[in-house]
Design a protein around this ligand. Structure first.
Ligand code: GAR
Length: 203
């Protein structure tokens, strides 16, 4: 299975998936890494591993891609013959044409137990709200923001004395276990989508 990974940040989820592939736990290949941030860590991590990595300028908007940028991203993913688009800290909202072309084949990881705390800095939202358990969610991407069918979740406790930074690190550590396991299950053809529900993720 050919993965196209999109990210805007440091790339720890990408590294976890790439390491899982090298270790033989994830039967897939990353054929492209793309970022909307020119100096994103994820691009450097990809280049260190010899994986094609491109900066694709997002265009004139702050939170989404403009039409030209979306066309360029679709072209890059299609040229690389990507089977599954893996969002790993990609901070642009994807709508429209890209989701149509890759319908049912775009997954995202979000740092909370959805549907709680969609949007930005979800671990901080959880801490501010005062929940005792939060976590991370891997889900299919649909037209909404963090609303697509949930594939897998991991719970993470909120501890007394947590700061946004300590909680974020605990959530990210769970992400680094969950995301490669979900991609592996997807690559093995184990995950099935039935309307809003998905089945088949045992890990
Ligand atoms: C991850 O924690 C991911 O859950 C979050 O960005 C981080 C990227 O870290 N994504 C979102 O908040 C999307 N709404 P990474 O670059 O180290 O993988």
């Amino acid at each position: 299975m050919r993965l196209g990974v999109l990210g805007s940040g440091k790339g720890s989820n990408f590294v976890a998936i790439a390491d899982g592939i090298v270790a033989g736990r994830v039967p897939a290949e990353v054929v492209l890494v793309a970022s909307d941030v020119p100096d994103a860590g994820i691009l450097a991590h990809a280049r260190e591993r010899g994986i094609p990595a491109v900066y694709l300028p997002p265009g004139k908007f702050r939170t989404k891609l403009d039409e030209e940028a979306e066309v360029a991203l679709i072209a890059a993913l299609e040229t690389a013959r990507v089977d599954l688009v893996v969002l790993a800290g990609y901070m642009r909202i994807l709508k429209g044409e890209l989701l149509r072309r890759f319908e049912g084949r775009v997954v995202n990881i979000h740092p909370s137990l959805l549907p709680s705390f969609p949007g930005l800095a979800a671990w901080k939202q959880a801490l501010d709200y005062g929940v005792k358990i939060t976590g991370c969610t891997v889900h299919l991407v649909d037209q909404g923001i963090d609303t697509g069918p949930i594939i897998a979740q991991r719970a993470v406790p909120v501890l007394d004395g947590d700061t946004p930074a300590t909680l974020h690190e605990r959530v990210q550590s769970a992400e680094r276990e969950l995301y490669p396991a979900v991609v592996a299950a997807w690559a093995r053809g184990e995950i099935r989508v039935r309307g809003r529900a998905t089945v088949g993720f045992a890990g």
